[in-house]
Design a protein around this ligand. Structure first.
Ligand SMILES: [Zn+2]
Length: 271
């Protein structure tokens, strides 16, 4: 029997083909009494710990299933079904506050998340943003990332130095794009012994030139959005254009609930 025949004989598990899968993207989780200010009109890249705990408790008590990018990809390729109420939890930029505050909460729930790593940050080779002596923006190093792997997390690539890839493409710097992608993959392989499967576009910035380069090295690639209407992954979504919602203190709890609860087929946009 050929491989193709075997594939054809596999019964199509289409029972949840109408799902809409929400992806939650966090950047940092800070203690309530030591968090950067939330300033109207500015981008806010964090939630405070009590917000994060409340959101995760909501997912637990309402029977959500936290899934991985591998599971999502297999479902997109119609090779696997998904559990009820699937959701993904992402953390971009390997910030130390995620290790300190989000990891213990997720460990209590027994859930995996995905950390998209800026590898030069893990190497200590990128300058930290200026701050007033707090630990708001410290980076996770490779040892901490190794512990995430041990906790069942997925490590994804997020370039080496977090450039705006769309701008690089528009400037014709295609070799720089390829180097950022290839080096980030090599850094993760060398330091953690795993080959990253998924990628997140820095700042959600991309164009088709970037997408083509990303598709040479990674199976999935993810954007993020801060606005509404909320966007979901559906069976029709291109794996290199996965949409996600950035979760910050600007998102009300009611909107968080509205976002995650639209997991059945509906009218929301897919990316
Ligand atoms: Zn980022």
């Amino acid at each position: 029997m050929t491989e193709e025949m075997r594939t054809q004989e596999t019964p199509t598990r289409s029972t949840n083909s109408g799902y809409q899968v929400p992806i939650l993207v966090y950047h940092r989780v800070h203690p309530d009494d030591d968090a950067p200010p939330v300033i109207a009109g500015e981008r806010c890249g964090h939630v405070v710990l009590s917000t994060f705990v409340r959101q995760m408790s909501y997912l637990q008590y309402h029977d959500f299933s936290v899934i991985t990018y591998r599971e999502l990809y297999d479902w997109l390729r119609v090779e696997a079904s998904l559990p009820p109420k699937p959701v993904l939890i992402d953390f971009d930029d390997n910030r130390g506050a995620v290790y300190d505050y989000a990891l213990p909460v997720l460990a209590e729930h027994g859930w995996p998340a995905t950390c998209f790593v800026i590898t030069a940050l893990a190497d200590g080779k990128l300058p930290e943003p200026e701050h007033d002596g707090s630990l708001w923006y410290t980076a996770m190093d490779w040892q901490q990332l190794e512990r995430l792997c041990e906790a069942g997390w997925t490590i994804g690539a997020h370039t080496r130095t977090h450039p705006n890839l769309r701008k690089l493409a528009e400037a014709g710097c295609h070799a720089d794009i390829r180097a950022e992608l290839r080096q980030s993959r090599e850094d993760i392989e060398r330091e953690l012994g795993v080959t990253p499967f998924c990628f997140a576009y820095p700042g959600g910035e991309w164009n088709e030139v970037v997408e083509e380069a990303v598709g040479q090295l990674f199976a999935t690639a993810r954007h993020w959005y801060v606005d509404s209407p909320f966007r979901y992954v559906t069976r029709r979504t291109n794996p290199l254009r996965l949409p996600a919602q950035n979760i910050s203190e600007f998102l009300s709890f009611a909107d968080f609930v509205a976002f995650v609860e639209q997991t059945a087929a509906g009218d929301a946009m897919s990316g």
